[in-house]
Ligand binder design. Structure first.
Ligand code: ZN
Length: 68
């Protein structure tokens, strides 16, 4: 699994977003601020990081349920 590393605009935390979740909206794991991930993240800037799969991945499904 590859990840994009973005920053929370509120608390500046690093957020690891798995490539299959790019373009989705979620929440910052720390401060719960809404986070929009970039859909056009360049593939050359994706990072291998299976050890952090739980980071943004846990937050996105919860927000998707709330949005519907
Ligand atoms: Zn935050």
């Amino acid at each position: 699994m590859r990840f994009a590393v973005i920053h929370c605009r509120n608390c500046l935390r690093h957020i690891w977003v798995s490539e299959d979740r790019l373009g989705q909206r979620g929440k910052c794991p720390d401060c719960n601020a809404p986070v929009q991930t970039p859909a056009d993240w360049p593939a050359s800037q994706l990072i291998e990081g299976p050890h952090v799969m739980h980071d943004f991945a846990e937050c996105a499904p919860a927000l998707a349920e709330n949005a519907s």
